[in-house]
Ligand binder design. Structure first.
Ligand code: KG4
Ligand code: ZN
Length: 337
């Protein structure tokens, strides 16, 4: 069955066609129109501008996805659209477009949770992945562990109590002059610095939990940079990137080990834009090997926001009979309400 996925929750307009059946997973197209260049001027995503850019791109991107897949809209068996969580104005563009297309063409429509979609990216490259398993979603807006009980049911079992890891990377990246979003540049620069040179607080919350807090770490890094600058010296950006990355990776490693020991999953899925971080991938790879569990880490193009992951999640909503109709609305919240 061919599924058309549509994603517009933040600053990427994306449409994709995937073929999913029992034992078959194929991404036929996955077109992403990034708005990063537009938002870079402002140092972050401007919601109003994001909505407008989605409106301009969505129809073109959708037909490009169909063309690239070599299909017409009549071949599509289901349309899957991200309905929550995200920027409300941005989500509404995708939801309204998908509703109109589904209604006009008489195609079943399913609503997809963006977090579930990030996790579902793993099904595309790991066909043997089978719920129940554990997932760690690390993105610009989320950092949480989930117990995936069935492909459509998630339970949060730990996570950040304030900011997300991606936001924490981007924030300090900006302070040391990296263009938005600084996550990938911080990843590269961290190899050139000394990870022990600057003492920073761990974002892992002490105790019997799998929780994080990134706000104290961000403030400590910011204070360090400002106090060095007040003394008239620019601190080494490479040392900042290396030390900052080290405390984040160590915290993620520690809490993932806690989760593995407590829930004993057979598989761990790493998902979300920050899953592209090579230090995090490397550390979790080693941990999973040590714990003898399978580590499912989708390719970079399936980690950052894209519509193939939305189509993959949509397939399971379709199988579960969770159809949406023209009353479907977008929601900024995690629970869709
Ligand atoms: O999942 P995503 O594309 O969008 C959200 O749903 O948030 O994640 C974007 C985030 C940004 O904060 C970006 O800086 C971060 O992922 N990111 C990285 C890397 N590549 C992207 N963070 C750390 N290391 C990377 N290599
Ligand atoms: Zn995302």
């Amino acid at each position: 069955m061919y599924i058309l996925g549509i994603e517009s929750s933040c600053d990427e307009t994306s449409a994709a066609v995937v073929q999913m059946e029992e034992g078959r997973r194929e991404v036929l197209s996955n077109i992403v129109a990034s708005q990063i260049e537009i938002h870079r001027l402002y140092g972050g995503v401007v919601p109003e501008i994001a909505s407008r850019a989605h409106i301009e791109a969505i129809s073109r991107i959708t037909y490009e996805a169909l063309d690239t897949a070599g299909l017409s809209i009549n071949d599509i068996g289901c349309i899957a659209v991200t309905s929550h969580p995200g920027l409300i104005g941005a989500l509404l563009v995708g939801v309204n477009f998908a509703k109109s297309l589904a209604y006009a063409q008489g195609i079943p429509l399913v609503a997809v949770n963006h977090i579930k979609a990030h996790i579902a990216a793993a099904y595309l490259e790991y066909p043997q992945l089978k719920a129940p398993f554990t997932a760690l979603v690390v993105s610009g807006g989320h950092t949480a562990f989930y117990s995936v009980d069935t492909p459509t049911d998630l339970r949060e079992i730990g996570g950040t109590r304030d900011d997300a890891a991606g936001e924490a990377f981007d924030k300090i990246g900006r302070v040391i002059g990296m263009p938005y979003p600084g996550g990938a540049a911080m990843d590269r620069l961290a190899y050139e610095g000394d990870p022990k040179s600057i003492k920073l607080p761990s974002p892992a919350i002490i105790g019997d939990n799998a929780d994080f807090s990134f706000s104290g770490l961000k403030t400590a890094a910011l204070n360090f940079i400002n106090s060095e600058r007040q003394k008239g010296a620019e601190p080494s950006h490479a040392d900042i990137a290396a030390s900052y990355t080290k405390v984040i990776v160590d915290a993620i490693l520690k809490k993932t080990e806690y989760i593995i020991d407590r829930y004993r999953p057979a598989q761990l899925v790493l998902a979300g834009g920050v899953a592209a971080n090579s230090h995090i991938r490397g550390a979790l790879e080693g941990l999973c090997k040590r714990k003898r569990i399978e580590f499912c880490k989708p390719s970079m193009s399936l980690c950052s926001d894209n519509a193939a992951m939305v189509a993959a999640a949509g397939y399971f909503e379709y199988l579960a009979g969770n159809f949406a109709d023209t009353s479907l609305n977008a929601s900024a919240n995690d629970d869709g309400n």
